[in-house]
Design a protein around this ligand. Structure first.
Ligand SMILES: *Cc1c(COP(=O)(O)O)cnc(C)c1O
Length: 394
């Protein structure tokens, strides 16, 4: 049998790549090796711990600069950022939003919070993101443009937004997706939750859509404890984003006048202080993670049974989570390896259960999802912490 999966061999190659010392190897551990303590102490010493403070402004400014966009609005988590991005893109109850089925549930939940319905898209095996060509074919089959709005002819609902997700940090093919979105009068919003520091054709992800959302959850490449940010190039949208996420209160020295139903989605100053310190270290984290990804590629070269997922030619991933792609999509093989490696102290994880397989999203509209279904059984995430990429360098 060609390319059968030798799980003992795979485990030993992982151990080789991370220089496993026998201690438990987590999937992705945060790293606090910068000025985190100084900045947090500063918040406490000055009393500015909550939803207003200089670190919030500084973090927004630093993130905008890093991602090469004019505006960044910090919020309390990535899901809240996605929710507000969709509202600002004009999503209304009953709309359909094109998202990958291969994603973390936050992508679908943000759609649901707007009263809209996810419309699931299949995966592109060279990016793990939405397959643009297949999306185009699907829209030709089921959609039409009336006025300047795209409608699903089968459900009668508007298809308002295309929201690609840069899976594990690997950029989706944004130009191809933008081309489809533009021709069909659909807005593009990036779920860039996992891809801070990733480049698409040399430019940071998060600047290609109308709006983008980044997450700073504890397991992401940098963390604010919990947090997220909205990125945009549009000044009007940026102002609306700040307004909506701060209870829609009109500025006034003492009056409380709220001109619409807003959200208390602000990022507290404490979290922003952590974020400023983390962002100062991001280039170092990226270098370490590149080193780790290279070590994995080297270790698995010539391994029959699977390969380490690498960048498409247009992409430079932040290597947030390293993925081993098995040759077989047999779930038993995958699960046996997950059992074995976790028991051996090397943390591995399957990819998320596909959104259309979850009971809550099973009845949503979808295109053929055969590539994602095939990938589901083949993806295994491997230990990807920054520390694994730097510990043997010095
Ligand atoms: C992490 C993540 C989010 C947002 O998560 P929060 O925990 O709310 O910050 C959204 N989408 C994807 C794909 C993610 O991985």
């Amino acid at each position: 049998m060609a390319n059968s999966f030798d799980q003992q061999k795979a485990l030993s190659l992982i151990r080789q790549a991370i220089h496993h010392d026998g201690q438990f190897a987590p999937l992705h551990e945060p790293r606090f090796s910068g000025r985190e303590n100084d900045y947090l102490k500063d918040c406490i010493d000055t009393g500015w711990v909550s939803s207003v403070g200089s670190y919030v402004d500084r973090f927004e400014k630093d993130m905008a600069t890093y991602c090469d966009v004019p505006y960044a609005i910090a919020v309390m988590n990535g899901t809240a950022a996605l929710h507000v991005c969709l509202l600002l893109a004009g999503v209304k109850p009953g709309d359909e939003i094109l998202i990958p089925t291969l994603t973390f549930i936050a992508t679908a939940n943000a759609v649901h919070y707007c009263g809209a319905t996810p419309h699931f898209c299949d995966s592109d095996t060279s990016s793990l993101g939405i397959n643009a060509e297949k999306l185009e074919t699907h829209l030709n089959d089921i959609a039409e443009i009336r006025g300047d709005t795209c409608y699903n002819r089968q459900t009668g609902n508007p298809i308002r937004v295309l929201m690609p997700m840069h899976c594990f940090g690997h950029p989706s093919d944004l130009d191809a997706l933008l081309d489809v979105a533009n021709r069909w009068h659909i807005a593009l919003v990036e779920d860039a939750a996992e891809s801070l520091g990733s480049l698409y054709k040399g430019k940071p992800t998060g600047q290609h859509g109308l709006l983008s959302a980044v997450s700073f959850n504890g397991n992401k490449i940098i963390t604010t404890g919990g947090g997220g940010i909205i990125l945009t190039r549009d000044e009007g949208l940026a102002k609306r984003a700040k307004h909506l996420t701060t209870t829609a209160k009109q500025p006034h020295p003492y009056e409380f006048y709220h001109d619409e139903v807003g959200f208390n989605y602000r990022m507290p100053n404490l979290n922003a202080a952590l974020g400023v310190a983390q962002l100062e270290q991001l280039d170092g984290f990226l270098a370490a993670k590149k080193h780790l990804a290279d070590a994995y590629h080297e270790a698995f070269r010539g391994f029959g049974g699977g390969y380490i997922f690498g960048d498409a030619d247009y992409a430079q991933s932040n290597n947030w989570l390293i993925a081993l792609i098995l040759d077989t999509s047999d779930l038993k093989t995958r699960n046996r390896f997950l059992e074995m490696s976790n028991a051996a102290g090397v943390m591995t994880r399957p990819v998320w259960k596909l959104m259309h397989h979850l009971k809550v999203y099973a009845d949503c509209p979808a295109m053929d999802l055969s590539k994602a279904e095939d990938l589901e059984g083949r993806i295994i995430n491997l230990p990807s912490s920054v520390k694994h990429g730097i510990q043997h360098d010095t």
